[in-house]
Design a protein around this ligand. Structure first.
Ligand code: PRX
Length: 634
């Protein structure tokens, strides 16, 4: 029987064991799955290169564990509920048996298009059931999926296609989001015009049915691709350490990097954490509102829940369409038991006013979760009182694209919660706090940079095509530690509270955005000489994007220029990276070695200019006063 921790004492025992004997502990968890061939060794690792392998020599296919394994017992159980954007349209319910058939059929379609084990398939699709089918079909035949969130621009999509050398792109005609109908296929056409020479085939799912242009010889409709294809497909045998997917994420430097996860460890860890953190019970309806374009969707809409044999819901729309009561309508209608969302959504719904939630009865709700960014006290209490009626534990789950699954989080109804605390590490997770010199900060009631000492099964293995980047980004800052990029506090009870990024990454509405990426994009606007981007506190988004821009000429029309900057960023990255504030400046505060003093820029953007520290060592201290004065007019 799969382990599900039920009491705090049990958690403490299991945790102690998982640290004393990680290999024994994870081998027990892994034994619950269908393996085509057992592993020979549980773990081999060093954080130096890094080289991390779990369940060495084991052969499996994750989709057999998501689908085939459940057919006998739950073939007729609903695996996937799809709630469409348009509330007047009927939800779609897909059983495990139907999902199995659809995945197999599409896997056969991919094979017919020449897709083989190890090929990279880029998926740029809205939140439709076919998106889930697409990921699983790739995994079924050993192709590596690389999902790109369908809100990214053509330029970003092209960068990701090129980096992964994808040969096939899967897309849809349009993306129905709120009142918008976004032409997704057109974005793919544009991206492929930017030199993605490896792409030979584009498979297009008809979602809204509005007209699109198809390119002869390259584009094929999804419904034509599956025509006549068999609804069973032997799962390709994969090694535990064969790549399952690539998912691009932003860092403090350069372009987004492709985080790599593998079949074996990712499977064991997402299943274990899903069942334990949310205390999933047989028959529960589980709803995670994330998009499959992000890691939360991969691990906790798709893989984790399906591995556990759960009923998982996918939502096509947005929280405020047609009104701010949408989430609550959906919870009531589908009798959702476990609800997992982001602080940004909670803050947006809270700001819309309590009339949307007052007098709602949502008795089905049992567990609430949050993810993606620090939750503020006000939002935590609102979530607890208005949504959970003070009877549902809130699991504040901390993790990252690179970690594959949740690392620090309460276990629902087991770990006593505290507002804004991710609380305690899950079994097998060994966090520590270090100071700038890499020295571990021991004891409680302390603050430092959050690192992890020991691998867990779904830790990233590499960054696609550039292992050295993986090493320098995560394993070089501190010897023998995985560095998360986050700062955290450990309180008197040993509970962790995540403070936020300590690197040049901004967390906007739970989306990770690299300041360097936004600066590169801004610098492509005609007339821009240089720019610097920092985050600032934003009531709804958590953090907003504040851009300081130097222009090469006197500006006639500042408003029109700002719009050009916004348009350029939208074109280069996508609407999620649009600056909220743009301040035009004559210079940026720099050290004598030419480094931008971001600390000063952050303070000004936060509206806190009382103590900017020593500025006398700057190359150009005079610019600080100008920036301070200018900020009040932005
Ligand atoms: O800063 C942390 C924040 O989100 C970052 C990871 O972003 P991403 O890879 O896009 O994954 C988001 C979904 C897992 C982290 O470095 N973060 C994530 N969860 C939390 C959080 N910050 C505070 N509390 C959380 N629960």
């Amino acid at each position: 029987m799969s382990l599900q921790i039920k009491t705090l004492d049990e958690y403490r025992q299991v945790y102690t064991r998982s640290v004393a004997d990680p290999e024994g502990f994870w081998a027990e968890q892994a034994a619950e799955f269908q393996w085509k061939k057992p592993w020979k060794q549980v773990l081999k690792w060093n954080f130096r290169e890094p080289r991390i392998k779990w369940f060495l020599g084991g052969k499996l296919n994750i989709t057999e564990n998501c689908l085939d394994r459940h057919l006998e017992k739950r073939g007729k159980q609903v695996a996937l509920i799809w709630e469409p954007n348009d509330p007047s349209k009927k939800a779609r319910k897909i059983t495990y048996k139907q999902l199995y058939a659809q995945v197999c059929q599409f896997a056969n379609a991919l094979k017919a298009q020449g897709v083989k084990k190890g090929d990279r398939v880029c998926i740029y699709m809205p939140m439709t059931p076919e998106l889930s089918v697409a990921l699983l079909a790739c995994a079924r035949i050993g192709a590596i999926h690389s999902v790109v969130f369908a809100g990214f621009s053509a330029v970003s999509l092209a960068d990701r296609i090129k980096d992964a050398h994808a040969t096939v792109v899967l897309t849809s005609d349009y993306n129905a989001r709120g009142a918008k109908n976004i032409p997704v296929k057109t974005v793919v056409d544009e991206a492929l015009g930017l030199g993605c020479d490896t792409v030979k085939t584009v498979i297009v799912h008809q979602n809204t049915g509005d007209p699109v242009k198809m390119m002869e010889g390259r584009d094929i409709w999804w419904h034509d691709a599956i025509k006549g294809k068999r609804k069973s497909c032997k799962a390709t045998t994969m090694d535990s350490e064969d790549m399952l997917f690539i998912l691009y994420t932003s860092g403090s430097t350069g372009k987004p990097k492709g985080v790599v996860h593998t079949h074996g460890g990712y499977m064991v860890y997402t299943d274990f954490t899903f069942r334990n953190v949310f205390q999933y019970q047989e028959g529960d309806v589980y709803w995670c509102t994330a998009d499959i374009g992000w890691i939360t969707g991969h691990s906790y809409i798709l893989y984790g829940p399906l591995l556990a044999g759960a009923t998982t819901m996918m939502f096509e729309g947005v929280p405020t369409y047609p009104d701010a009561g949408r989430f609550w309508d959906v919870i009531q209608r589908h009798k959702v038991n476990i609800f997992y969302t982001a602080p940004t959504a909670i803050r947006a719904l809270m700001a819309a006013g309590d009339q949307w939630i007052n007098n709602r009865r949502m008795p089905s709700l049992r567990v609430l979760g949050t993810v993606g960014e620090p939750i503020n006290e006000e939002a935590w209490h609102w979530y607890n009182e208005k949504v959970g009626k003070k009877r549902c534990p809130i699991v504040d789950t901390w993790w990252q694209t690179e970690t594959g699954g949740i690392l620090i989080s309460p276990i629902a109804d087991v770990t006593p919660t505290k507002p804004c605390f991710a609380t305690l590490p899950l079994p097998g997770v060994q966090p520590c706090l270090v100071d700038a010199s890499g020295k571990e900060i021991t004891g409680n009631d302390v603050e430092g940079m959050l690192c992890i000492k020991f691998p867990w099964p779904s830790i990233l293995r590499t960054t696609y095509g550039d292992h050295e980047r993986c090493r320098t980004n995560y394993f070089a800052a501190f010897k023998n530690l995985y560095f998360t990029g986050d700062g955290a506090r450990r309180d008197a009870d040993g509970y962790y509270r995540i403070i936020g990024r300590v690197d040049d990454v901004i967390n906007v509405s739970g989306h990770r955005i690299g300041t360097a990426e936004v600066e590169d994009a801004i610098n492509k606007t005609p007339g821009v000489v240089e720019s610097a981007v920092v985050g600032f506190p934003h009531d709804i988004k958590g953090q907003g994007i504040y851009a300081y821009v130097i222009v090469n000429d006197r500006l006639e029309d500042a408003a029109a220029f700002r719009q050009k900057v916004v348009d350029t960023v939208t074109k280069q990255i996508g609407p999620i990276a649009k600056p909220d504030k743009i301040q035009i400046v004559s210079g940026l505060p720099k050290t004598r070695s030419g480094k931008i003093m971001r600390r000063i820029l952050r303070k000004v953007a936060e509206g806190d200019t009382s103590n900017l520290g020593d500025i006398s060592t700057l190359l150009n201290p005079e610019v600080v006063e100008e920036i301070k004065v200018g900020a009040s007019r932005v």
